[in-house]
Design a protein around this ligand. Structure first.
Ligand code: FDA
Ligand code: NAD
Length: 434
């Protein structure tokens, strides 16, 4: 069988891989030193587009438009870019076995790839309803969304089931973004989730109340406090309805499930130290195995700002961790040192004409300020999180770039505040003066 050897291999061809490749090029690699191995058929792209403009009926995003690194305002890395740099893009190639001791990766087709330095960038995979024992979720037109081929199938179904009924299972990021995208495509949309309010891992009840009312005003039917327990199908095996635990049955031509993601660490089980579900790294994304790094969704890394270790499933960290790992690899080769990763958590989402950003940590007491009426023309409102008398987290809907910068600064600086009342009164002005 074929055996190929590279100085550096990035396993995974997603967001981190693309930003790592750009950093490798900046640091100055020689042709044929770097390979990216990906089971996807296309060069690294900005995954967030898949749940947003990729699904829009107008102003649709398509490749090559959103290859990395356009998502952070950088130059787009087209497939030709990798060729010019002598970077091997080994696509449609799934690695099924990794042997970190002998520094070998083996593909489903039986090829062996050897490396000196490995960056694990396998990202996450979707949690399936079958993981919770729900039967029937393999019916036709029940979709999960992680990779572009899944988005393509969803786009086909949206066309085939024009103006039909959609049920979105899950009230997190995918739930909120996909409900909006399907509504924009003129589907009759119901959204189902078990918690008392949407996006509970970040939103407070007050923040969620705005989005739920806004979605309801757009005609989206929000069903809380229950879960999908089964699916009905027609003679073609296509989904026809979703059965809920509370006994209700919702008609459906399309179902999209977004019930969370899990990091893809299976290939490395027992070979590398793990923590909090991810591959444990230091502040340079180095694992406990020599010459093996892990970045993006799979890495559990030291969060210097909070003195703990965390895993982050968001694109900003995927980009920055990849760059940090490559800088660290070059520094160690040259006997130099670089600063430890000092990440400020940053999450965002966009749906309809809404756009929010969050920076920092969402623990402690909270205060809501601004105009959070769902019928307000500006809908500019925000929230602060306060712990031990310091502001440590900040959320803002419909902020300008300057305002978003201001809340990011607050979360980084963690200014002391006399009372929650002060924040409620000052609102955004508190952030703007820091
Ligand atoms: P990523 O998932 O990007 O890439 C992993 C790659 O590894 C894939 O190409 C995969 O095929 C490949 N791979 C895995 N196992 C393999 C194997 N055994 N062999 C070969 N290849 C393998 N975040 C955010 O902050 N804002 C946003 O708006 C969004 N929006 C969003 C939308 C959708 C639809 C998704 C699915 C996710 C988001 N995210 C997001 C999250 C963000 O996209 C995510 O955190 C990053 O893509 C993580 O980057 P990674 O490189 O770690 O994994
Ligand atoms: P999530 O963790 O954001 O949300 C999961 C949701 O699933 C929960 O909020 C809950 O409402 C629901 N849920 C859990 N069990 C359920 C059940 N049995 N039945 C019905 N609902 C159930 O995960 P996601 O929305 O699936 O997103 C997947 C991944 O993609 C995550 O890593 C996320 O960070 C990423 N993503 C991020 C963005 C963004 O940052 N804007 C956008 C899309 C996707």
């Amino acid at each position: 069988m074929v055996e190929t050897s590279f100085k550096y291999v990035i396993l995974g061809g997603g967001v981190s891989a693309g930003y790592a490749a750009r950093e490798f090029a900046k640091q100055g690699i020689k042709p044929d030193e770097l390979a990216i191995i990906s089971k996807e058929a296309v060069a690294p792209y900005e995954r967030p587009a898949l749940s947003k403009a990729y699904l829009f009926p107008e102003g649709t995003a398509r490749l090559p438009g959103f290859h990395v690194c356009v998502g952070s305002g950088g130059e787009r890395l087209l497939p030709e870019w990798y060729t010019e740099k002598g970077i091997h893009l080994i696509l449609s190639t799934e690695i099924v076995k990794a042997d970190l001791a002998s520094k070998k990766l083996i593909s489903a087709a039986g090829e062996t790839f050897k490396y000196h330095t490995l960056i694990i960038a396998t990202g996450s995979t979707v949690i399936r309803l079958s993981d919770f024992g729900v039967q029937g979720a393999d019916a036709k037109n029940v979709f999960y969304l992680r990779e572009i081929d899944e988005a393509d199938k969803l786009v086909e179904a949206i066309k085939a089931k024009k103006n039909g009924k959609a049920v979105v299972v899950g009230g997190g990021y995918i739930g909120l973004e996909l409900s909006a995208a399907l509504r924009i495509n003129n589907f009759d949309v119901s959204m189902v989730f078990p918690e008392p309010w949407c996006m509970p891992r970040l939103f407070t009840a007050g923040i969620a109340a705005f989005y739920e009312a806004y979605y309801a005003n757009k005609g989206i039917n929000i069903i809380k406090g229950t879960v999908a327990v089964g699916f009905g199908t027609n003679e073609n095996g296509e989904v026809t309805d979703v059965k809920l635990k509370d006994g209700r049955v919702l008609e459906a031509d399309i179902v999209v499930v977004g019930v969370g993601a899990k990091p893809l660490t299976t290939l490395f089980k027992g070979q590398v130290e793990e923590e909090k579900g991810g591959i444990k790294t230091d502040g340079f994304f180095k694992t406990n195995v020599p010459d093996v790094y892990a970045v993006g969704d799979v890495a559990t890394f030291p969060m210097k700002l909070y003195g703990d270790i965390r895993r982050v499933e968001h694109v900003d960290h995927a980009r920055k961790s990849a760059e940090q790992a490559v800088k660290a690899i070059f520094a160690s080769e040259q006997g130099k040192s670089i600063s430890e990763y000092d990440y400020l958590p940053y999450f965002y989402s966009r749906a309809f004409d809404l756009s929010w950003q969050f920076y920092g940590d969402n623990v402690g007491e909270t205060v809501l300020y601004g105009d959070s009426s769902p019928t307000s023309p500006t809908h500019k409102f925000g929230s602060y999180w306060v712990q031990d008398g310091k502001v440590i987290g900040a959320f803002l809907e419909s902020g300008t770039p300057e305002e978003n910068k201001a809340i990011a600064k607050v979360a980084r600086v963690q200014p002391a505040v006399a009372s929650l009342d002060q924040l409620a009164t000052e609102g955004l002005a508190f952030a703007s003066k820091i």
